[in-house]
Design a protein around this ligand. Structure first.
Ligand code: SF4
Ligand code: SF4
Length: 433
C-alpha cells in the first residue's frame, strides 16, 4: 500500500466527499464565529483533511485547525448531506497523534495521564482527597491570600476557584455500592460514575443515586469501572479509548441491569458509541452493542420511571445550558426540560442560541485557554440577557466552565451554576411509590 493510500484511509478521505461546500454549518460553528477564519470552520477543516489526504497540504497545516475544533458537533445538526464530521475529526486527531514527534517528557506525562491517571479510580479518588485536604486544612485560604494560585500554570489558579467543596475521605469511603429502591422496585440500574464527575462532583453523584433510589430503582455502582475513554479519543489516542471501552463493557456485563445510567453529557456520548469502536461482525462489537443499548442519561431514566414528587418550592429564575454532547450526539433534549418544568416555583428562561458550545469541551479550556474564554464570553452575553439566579447544565466540564463564566462576569455572589441533579435535590424530592 502506498503512503498516499494509507494516509487517505487514515484520514477517512472518502467521507470528505459528502461535504457539498454549502456552508450551512458555518453560523453553527463556535470557532468560526469567534476566530472568523474559514480554516476554523467545519467546511474549512473538511477541505484541509481532503487536501492533506491528497498530499496538497501537510499534516502541519492541518494541526492547528483540528486542535482548535471543540468537537461540539453543532455542525452535524445542520448539515443537509449528513457529513460524518465526528468520524473525520477522530480520524484526523488519530493521524496527527501518530505522526507527531514528542519529547520524552511529553511521552511520559501523556503516558501517565491517559494510561494511569484518568482510568484509575484510585488516582481520581486521591485527587478528590488531596483537594479536600487543600480546602479543609487552610492551605487554600493561605494560597489565595498570598496570591499563589495566580502563579499556577495553565490558568489552573482560575479553575481552582470554581472547584466545589470536597467531601472528606471518610464520606467517600462510606458510599454504598448497592442501594435498595424506595418502595416497589421499578428497575435495576448500574451507575456509570465517570472519572471527573466522581472525583470533582462526588456529591452530585451521591444525589444521582438518591434520585434513582427515590424513583424506585435498585442502584449498583460497579467497582472496577473506568474512564469512558472520551478524553483519550479527544486526544487522538483511539487505541487507549478502545481499551477503556473494553474494560467497561466487561465490568458492566457482570450485572444484569435494565439501564446503565450516567449523569455526564460527554461521557454518555462516548458510552453510546462503544459499538462503533469495534470491528463490525466481531464478538466485541456484539458485546459493545448490548452495552450501548442500555446506556441512558439520568434525565431519561427519571422521566421514564416517573417516580418523583417534590415537596419544596424553588422560587428561582434559571437558564439551561445544554451539554453539546448530550444534545448533538446523544440527542437527549426533552427529558431535562421536563424535569425542570416539574419543579414547583421555578421559572425557566431560555437563552438565545443555547446550542452554542460554552468552550469547555473536555480539556479544551485548559489547552486552548484564550480561545475557550472568547467562546465563553459569547455564551455569557446570552446568559446575562436572561438575568438568571442559576445556570443549569448536565456535564462536569460545562459546569466548571459556567462557574468560571459567572466568576469572570463578577456575578459569583448572585448567580450559581448547578448540575440538573443538584437542582432537583433542592426541590425536596420524595418517592411517589
Ligand atoms: S465540532 Fe463544533 S467547533 Fe468543530 S467544526 Fe463542528 S461546530 Fe465547529
Ligand atoms: S453543512 Fe455539511 S455539506 Fe454544507 S459545508 Fe457544512 S459540512 Fe459541508
Amino acid at each position: 500500500m502506498s503512503n498516499e493510500t494509507s494516509l487517505k484511509d487514515a484520514l477517512a478521505y472518502d467521507k470528505t466527499f459528502d461535504c457539498v461546500q454549502c456552508g450551512y454549518c458555518l453560523p453553527a460553528c463556535p470557532t468560526y464565529e469567534t476566530m472568523e477564519k474559514e480554516t476554523h470552520s467545519p467546511r474549512g477543516r473538511i477541505n484541509l483533511i481532503k487536501m492533506a489526504a491528497e498530499g496538497k497540504a501537510s499534516l502541519d497545516d492541518l494541526k492547528e485547525p483540528i486542535e482548535k475544533c471543540l468537537g461540539c458537533m453543532a455542525c452535524t445538526t445542520v448539515c443537509p448531506t449528513d457529513v460524518q464530521y465526528g468520524d473525520l475529526l477522530e480520524a484526523a486527531k488519530e493521524t496527527l497523534e501518530k505522526h507527531e514527534t514528542k519529547t520524552k517528557t511529553q511521552q511520559k506525562t501523556e503516558g501517565f495521564l491517559f494510561g494511569s491517571f484518568f482510568p484509575s479510580s484510585s488516582w481520581m479518588n486521591a485527587l478528590g482527597q488531596a483537594t479536600w485536604l487543600y480546602q479543609a486544612s487552610g492551605m487554600q485560604k493561605a494560597a489565595r491570600a498570598l496570591r499563589l494560585t495566580s502563579m499556577a500554570p495553565l490558568h489552573l489558579g482560575e479553575f481552582e476557584q470554581v472547584v466545589p467543596a470536597q467531601p472528606s475521605p471518610k464520606e467517600r469511603k462510606a458510599r454504598s455500592r448497592r442501594v435498595k429502591p424506595d418502595g416497589t422496585p421499578a428497575a435495576k440500574v448500574a451507575f456509570f460514575t465517570g472519572c471527573v464527575m466522581d472525583s470533582v462532583f462526588f456529591e452530585t453523584n451521591q444525589n444521582t443515586v438518591e434520585l434513582l433510589r427515590l424513583s424506585g430503582a435498585e442502584v449498583i455502582l460497579p467497582e472496577n469501572q473506568t474512564c469512558c475513554g472520551a478524553l483519550h479519543a479527544h486526544a487522538g489516542k483511539t487505541d487507549m479509548a478502545k481499551e477503556q471501552a473494553a474494560a467497561n463493557i466487561q465490568v458492566f456485563e457482570e450485572e444484569d441491569v435494565d439501564y446503565i445510567v450516567n449523569n455526564a453529557g460527554g461521557c454518555g456520548a462516548k458510552l453510546i458509541e462503544y459499538d462503533r469502536m469495534f470491528e463490525e461482525g466481531t464478538d466485541w462489537q456484539e458485546r459493545a452493542l448490548a452495552f450501548t443499548e442500555k446506556v441512558k442519561d439520568i434525565s431519561e431514566v427519571l422521566v421514564e420511571l416517573d417516580g418523583l414528587a417534590f415537596s419544596k418550592d424553588v422560587p428561582k429564575t434559571i437558564t439551561y445550558q445544554p451539554s453539546c454532547h448530550m444534545t448533538n450526539v446523544q440527542r437527549v433534549t426533552r427529558p431535562p426540560r421536563e424535569l425542570m418544568e416539574s419543579i414547583p416555583g421555578l421559572t425557566l428562561k431560555d437563552m438565545d442560541n443555547p446550542g452554542f458550545c460554552c468552550g469547555s469541551a473536555g480539556i479544551y479550556n485548559i489547552v486552548n485557554y484564550n480561545d475557550a474564554m472568547d467562546i465563553l464570553d459569547v455564551k455569557m452575553a446570552d446568559v446575562k440577557k436572561t438575568s438568571p439566579e442559576a445556570i443549569v447544565t448536565t456535564n462536569p466540564g460545562c459546569l466548571l466552565q459556567m462557574k468560571l463564566g459567572v466568576q469572570r462576569e463578577g456575578q459569583g455572589e448572585s448567580v450559581e451554576a448547578v448540575h440538573l441533579v443538584d437542582l432537583l435535590m433542592e426541590a425536596g424530592p420524595r418517592s411517589r411509590n
